[in-house]
Design a protein around this ligand. Structure first.
Ligand code: PLP
Length: 239
């Protein structure tokens, strides 16, 4: 089933790129493996997937260790995409390659300080809260430029771009309107002189709209791995 899901997803991404007049290699797939065991990660890795996204820290740390132990020759790239509590930044800085969910100064400073010197800088996207006023995650759009400037100046971090999880809408044009706002913000960062090349947006239900609006990383979980068990609760949601 994994292989079929993978092929179906590849076709969706291909078609969305073609429809948007974009080259297929501009869009990278982040496989969101939260709630799924290391077995599924390794099965997908055997099909060639290398980038994996996780939301829940302890679950992720266990899975990263298990994958490294069972497949030491398969270098996986781990992306933290969940809400970050400030007392949990150290293991994130020590075990991940990317963080998509930096949304405030305190988190950025701690991740930079705690990034081990012998590792490459942590690749960082600023999470912006677009459309979803109720969500506590993500900085306000008008704070994004200042936060991006701060991240760009921190030695342990490498600013890459923006991440957003807009409100789930079913109308593709309404989805696109939200993603267009994120794209507009990225343009603002560029015109501010910041070197940014990543728009992390689009999930199982709206990746076509995201690709139409310039997504360079789509984060896909259920369309790949199947439906997730209902979340227990989100321990990362409150500080
Ligand atoms: C769970 C999650 C995804 C994947 O969502 P699907 O709808 O299963 O594709 C992407 N991004 C973030 C931040 C998530 O938490």
């Amino acid at each position: 089933m994994l292989e079929q899901n993978c092929q179906a997803l590849a076709q969706r991404i291909d078609a969305a790129c073609r429809a948007a007049g974009r080259s297929r290699d501009e869009v990278s797939l982040l496989a969101v493996s939260k709630t799924f065991p290391a077995d599924r990660v390794l099965a997908l890795a055997a099909l060639g997937q290398r980038r994996f996204g996780e939301n829940y820290l302890q679950e992720a740390l266990d899975k990263i260790a298990e994958c490294a132990a069972r497949a030491p020759d398969v270098p996986l790239e781990w992306h933290f995409i969940g809400p970050i509590q400030s007392n949990k930044t150290r293991p994130i800085a020590e075990h991940f390659d990317w963080v998509h969910s930096v949304d405030r100064e305190r988190i950025a400073r701690r991740l930079s300080e705690q990034r081990p010197a012998e590792m490459a800088p942590l690749q960082v996207c600023i999470q912006v809260n677009i459309g979803d006023e109720d969500s506590k995650s993500g900085c306000k759009p008008d704070q994004a430029v200042a936060l991006a400037r701060l991240v760009a100046g921190l030695p342990g971090l490498h600013l890459r771009g923006l991440m957003a999880i807009p409100r789930p809408l079913t109308d593709p044009l309404a989805q696109q309107a939200q993603f267009a706002q994120v794209r507009g913000l990225l343009t603002q960062l560029s015109s501010d002189g910041l070197a940014v090349d990543v728009l992390s947006m689009g999930m199982s239900d709206d990746l076509e709209a995201a690709i139409a609006q310039g997504a360079t990383i789509v984060r896909v979980g259920s369309a790949l791995f199947g439906r997730r068990p209902a979340p227990v609760s989100d321990p990362g949601a409150v500080e």
